[in-house]
Design a protein around this ligand. Structure first.
Ligand code: NAD
Length: 473
């Protein structure tokens, strides 16, 4: 059974265990503690005790302690990637790419954190008036499973860099990579600075979010859990940063190369089996090019090889668990019962492992759950539009607002989209791209607070305002 990592050592938890299931084979690969209140308290206590000495270091000293973690992650990338594939199913090549991104992100934050500044104001002779950033204290980082290495480096590392100490609760679906990282990548840090508290949301998660010594919660996960955490945290005025789900639109107008747009759409919708917060989940296509676009998308979807992520050449691994498989299957069934047509995929692949193929749907009613609710699976509901303004309105017709993609060769349309779309990240003619140090804030039910960049580092710190006179007066 996996042990927690608290105060710089592995701490076992006796008692009932959860099973970690390989989603490709359904075999139990490890056991996980549920996360008792005692262990949650021990992790928070260790973080609180380590806080003052960690906060007393200069940003450069903390950066110098974290850079070796980045180097270790590079050296151990194969091991970390294999654990990610085993626990959540993504193809090994995608897991390796993820670890590469995680490394880049950690390096970027190491560069950024030493540049965190505050302002000062003009003052009279003998007076100083300035602001100073200080750490918030103990941060509970409660994280999901879909990019376990990236979310760790995006959230744990920045917290440590600004002087917070951390209790990291990884998802109960991806504890293998987290446990490995805690010991083998971050194990050289002073004891208590980074603690890994394993367990599920109902036990470990609940205890952490209501703990009186937790000062800040950084939560990445579903809308439902995020709303609950915000409500609980409000009772004790804990600062909360929430990066939640999405129902991202992709708009394709008639001015672009349809083959290229379809390949981009396939990657945006099917990469990681659609289990990305910024996966494309609604496709709005200009009616003039709807048919050729859908034909190309179907072709691209059929070319994707589905299978165990440990095998070479696999493009789509299993969904993370049976629950996710059930959600995706139910949404597609609901859509077809309401009149949608399946042009590729559309039902579970095989009967062992939680595989669901790349799926293309047309004639989908706008109120079908697959158009309204987050799917988190490889499903492309394609909807035609007649006018670009209509496409923007359809895209905004969601309670979410995480990201959006627009494929157009028209600069005026792109500018209109940038202005109009209610989304924190807007990508024109690409599914990728987040400049180093860039930031964004989600709209609507996709969360609150900045993820990424200097602005995120500011969210993780408090600002004091200081007024200093040379003589008492
Ligand atoms: P989830 O909300 O089920 O779980 C996320 C984390 O919260 C897990 O560690 C879980 O154990 C914990 N948790 C669950 N209940 C809790 C409770 N009551 N109290 C405290 N903690 C609790 O989400 P998930 O299924 O792990 O992740 C998928 C979701 O994450 C999707 O909605 C996806 O869009 C979102 N996501 C968002 C981003 C982003 O940056 N916006 C990035 C990745 C994933």
């Amino acid at each position: 059974m996996l042990s927690h990592w608290i105060n710089g050592r592995g701490i076992p938890e006796p008692g009932e265990a959860l099973e970690i299931v390989d989603p490709a084979t359904e075999a139990v690969v490890e056991l996980l503690p549920r996360g008792s209140a005692d262990l949650a308290d021990a992790a928070v206590e260790a973080a609180a005790k380590a806080g003052p000495a960690w906060a007393a270091l200069s940003p450069a000293e903390r950066r110098n302690l974290l850079l070796p973690a980045v180097e270790k992650l590079v050296a151990l990338r194969q091991d970390v990637a294999a654990l990610i594939t085993r626990e959540m199913g993504k193809p090994l090549s995608q897991a390796l790419a993820e670890v590469g991104t995680a490394t880049d992100v950690a390096r970027q934050f190491c560069d950024l954190a030493v540049h965190l500044r505050s302002g000062s104001q003009m003052a009279a002779l003998g007076e100083l008036n300035f602001q100073q950033r200080v750490p918030r204290g103990v941060c509970a980082c409660i994280l999901p499973w879909n990019f376990p290495a990236v979310v760790a480096m995006e959230n744990v590392v920045p917290n440590l860099l600004v002087g917070n100490t951390v209790v990291w609760k990884p998802s109960e679906k991806s504890p293998l990579s987290a446990r490995f990282l805690a010991e083998h990548v971050f194990g050289h840090l002073p004891p208590g600075v980074l603690n890994l508290a394993l367990g599920d949301g109902a036990n470990m998660g609940e205890r952490l979010i209501s703990h009186s010594d937790v000062d800040l919660i950084v939560f990445i996960g579903s809308e439902r859990t995020g709303r609950h955490i915000a409500e609980v945290a409000a009772r004790s005025f804990k600062k909360v940063i929430l990066e939640l789900g999405g129902k991202d639109p992709l708009i394709v107008d008639e001015t672009v190369d349809i083959g290229r747009a379809a390949r981009l759409a396939a990657e945006a919708t099917f990469y990681n089996a659609g289990q990305i917060c910024t996966s494309t989940e609604r496709l709005f296509i200009a009616r003039q090019v709807f048919e050729p676009f859908v034909d190309e998308l179907v072709r691209a979807s059929r070319a994707l090889r589905i299978g165990n992520g440990m095998e070479d050449g696999v493009d789509i691994g299993p969904l993370v668990d049976r629950r996710q498989l059930d959600i995706v299957s139910a949404q597609v069934t609901h859509a077809t019962e309401a009149g949608a047509r399946v042009l590729s995929g559309g039902e579970r692949h095989g009967n062992r492992g939680f595989f669901y193929p790349a799926t293309v749907l047309v004639d989908v009613p706008h109120d079908a759950s697959v158009v309204v609710e987050e799917t988190f699976g490889p499903v492309a509901p394609c909807i035609p539009f007649d006018d670009f303004g209509e496409a923007l309105a359809l895209a905004n017709g969601s309670r979410y607002g995480l990201a959006a993609i627009v494929c157009t060769a028209s600069a005026p349309r792109a500018l209109k989209a940038l202005h109009t779309l209610d989304a924190g990240m807007i990508r024109i003619n690409t599914m990728r791209g987040k400049a180093a140090g860039g930031t964004s804030e989600p709209f609507g039910s996709s969360g609150m607070g900045h993820g990424y960049g200097l602005e995120f580092l500011m969210e993780l710190t408090r600002q004091k305002s200081i007024f200093w006179r040379g003589e008492p007066r």
